[in-house]
Design a protein around this ligand. Sequence first.
Ligand code: TEU
Ligand code: CA
Length: 581
Amino acid sequence: MKRKWWHDKTAYQIYPKSFLDTNGDGIGDLKGIISKLDYLKDLGIDIIWLSPVYQSPFVDQGYDISDYYKIAEEFGTMEEFDELLAETKKRGMYVLMDLVINHCSDKHEWFQRALKDPYGKYAGYFHFVKGKDGKEPSNYRSYFGGSAWEPVPGTDLYYLHMFAKEQPDLNWENPELRQEIYKMINWWLDKGLAGFRIDAIINIKKDLSFPSFEPDGPDGLASCVKMVEEVQGVGDYFEDIKKNTFEKYDAFTVAEVFNMKDDELAEFIGDDGHFSTMFDFSAHTLAQGESGWNNSRKPSLKEWRDTIFASQKRMQEVGFPANIIENHDEPRGASRFLPEYAQNEAGKKMLATTSVFLYGIPFIYQGQEIGMTNCRRNDISEYDDISTKDQYREALAAGCSREQALEYCYENSRDNARTPMQWSDKKGAGFTAGTPWLALNPNYTQINVEEQADRPDSVLTYYKKLLALKKSPEYKETFTYGRFVPDYENKDGIFAYHRISGKDTAKAGVHGTEAVDGEKDASQDILIAANYGTEPCTLKLAGRSGRVLLSNAGKEEKGTREITEAGSITLESCEAAVILQ
Ligand code: TEU
Ligand code: CA
């Protein structure tokens, strides 16, 4: 694999609306982000991904862009954005913007012009398609529910929207549209961005015959995903984008990809792939319902671990994945992946340990570093998210009680991750002096940055230690390029793997195999082990000379967990350790 500048970095996702408000309007802003760059640097962050900050009506919280060249007024000005870039540069940090190019906002000038002239040039930027027998051209259900087709007023045409009706899909078949987008991407890269997180990109290729599919729900519709999965040739678009934009700047790109065809991984993220990397959503997909929240579930620890392991093994043969436990579309990782008894600081540190050292680049989502959690609401009106409202309706339609539907929201809503960042226990959580746009999670009085900043055994302090260890000169090579090798797979509740660098990485030091004398020196073997179970568990290590580099036990600098003289380590429930073998 070709080495890249970003391989050894740690990234952090900012959801600007909920990060920090500096003018009291209840909405996070660019000034707020600038003022926290030192906080992020201190945490160990190198790359910042900003969820969309472009001008937008915010129907889908900025993922509906009405002007790609403007900063949303709510967030600030282009001057402030430039200042943000300059300030990150000063600190040796990098900025990624969100690239939302499957669709734009219905308020975008292109779409407004298309509506005025439904057979003219700008209609060709979208999918304006004649209806069939006075009905929609096909039976697609949009991601946010209901038909993916909306009538174009005054015509027998419909326009396609895979997401909300206020997010019309762009027509990538149109070379003029593509040129407009490339020009825009290059305009931003010229400003000095390091690259982009690329939104919903798998959707850009359509089957222009728009075939209907077998209905998969009581609404008689079929998920528009079906079309995405059936259509061929999306890779040609990706290559075209790359050649005309990213490649010229050596930009870093992380793609949001669901529903990729199995054999396409190398084309996507291999050496010279379409993208630098893509998010590994395997664990998230596992927890999602087949057809919606009313059949989402909590996977068993074993299923969850095995899914991650399988994905790691596959990924490391091909490319370099981006690993997350949560983002702005997912519930909080601590609430979702930790068993009830582990939903505490020890458990959160354990989850952090097992995820940060996985093979790939970690993306930490704002608030994850202090262990923010899902947030319970009493009524659907307390939610803002368009997708949550849809899923709630669906659950009721499927016969769920109001209470049950709200429970699904508590477990799955995207708003769980979107509640404002908890900076302190003061009114407004240090997020705003005004009324927050989305109500705070009431637990900000206990879980907040201020309380954790100087506490030696806080989740925040632990994250700093983890990230510092990950990039420490002695171990960086292993944590970045070391092979991922699972271990103790038959021990109940244990989530353990090695990162092994050096020559004979296939054999060196793994539990149950003899380390080959002499070759051990050339390699480094670091075991990351965690006990997600309820009972203490003793692990016999491969060598006797292990050293604990970090553990979440106790308050001391490196933790208090020790390796016995006989070469074993006992992990209590919710304990994790990083061991140099
Ligand atoms: O998400 C794309 C995506 O596939 C979503 O359907 C995701 O599965 C959904 O959020 C789950 O409810 C991206 C963005 O991350 C998301 O915030 C946007 O709403 C969406 O694209 C449209 O731009
Ligand atoms: Ca503000």
